[in-house]
Design a protein around this ligand. Structure first.
Ligand code: HEM
Length: 198
């Protein structure tokens, strides 16, 4: 039961809450998101039509914001794998049958790959190549057991951002302290004031 709730509910709600924290603390990011999404709306022949797949695929900066949120948040503290045969790591033998925990935050917050790793900076993704990304960024795990909801989650987060920045302005009222026990929690929560945009 914990696994089901963690996979589907906790992961998305925590990521969205963190998105609000990062955006309300970084107004320049909101401005650039707004430029991207207002351009999408402007290009539509029918202004009331729904978001299309092509529009989603054109959201370059939005993808950087989603990646940066997932990189810093490290929703799962690690991935588990079972050693199928003995293998060596730096002179140590990991015996077959042992469970290995891959601590993904160690790579996602590695200052050698991600300069100032705890600074929320979506623009850093412009300078990262695909090989570096695939080896150091695994918010949804990897291999055959990769998160079944990975693409769906990115689509939901991007759609959410589209509706948010085109329809609302928002500011943080209070809160936003984050702790890990080992899942992420928000102490007194994060209080956001929304205003509908004309
Ligand atoms: C931001 C949101 C999410 C994050 C960061 C996330 C992350 C992860 C990670 C790290 C794993 C383990 C992968 C591995 O061991 O290689 C996982 C597994 C899984 N996730 Fe997600 N997840 C998210 C959202 C979702 C959603 C929305 C769903 C369902 C709709 C979902 C369904 C699953 C399932 C079914 C597995 C188990 C896959 C398997 O073992 O074969 N996840 N997720």
């Amino acid at each position: 039961m914990f696994g089901i709730l963690f996979a589907s509910f906790e992961s998305m709600s925590t990521t969205l809450t963190l998105t609000f924290k990062f955006l309300s603390e970084n107004p320049r990011v909101v401005e650039e998101l707004r430029v991207e999404h207002e351009a999408i709306v402007k290009k539509r022949e029918n202004p009331n039509s729904r978001l299309t797949w092509e529009e989603y695929r054109s959201m370059t900066f939005t993808q950087m914001v989603v990646n940066e949120t997932l990189r810093i948040s490290n929703i799962p503290p690690g991935l588990f794998r079972k050693a199928l045969k003995d293998f060596q790591v730096k002179g140590f033998t990991v015996p077959a049958g042992w469970t290995v925990m891959l601590v993904t935050p160690a790579t996602q917050l590695n200052p050698e790959t991600f300069k100032d790793p705890v600074t929320f900076n979506p623009w850093r993704w412009q300078d990262l190549d695909q090989v570096t990304i695939s080896k150091n960024f695994m918010p949804f795990g990897g291999g055959t057991r990769q998160c079944a909801g990975a693409e769906y989650s990115k689509l939901v987060l991007s759609t959410f951002l589209h509706i948010l920045v085109t329809n609302y302005s928002f500011t943080k009222v209070k809160g936003g302290d984050v702790s890990r026990t080992p899942i992420i929690s928000f102490g007194d929560g994060i209080h956001i004031k929304f205003t509908a945009r004309a």
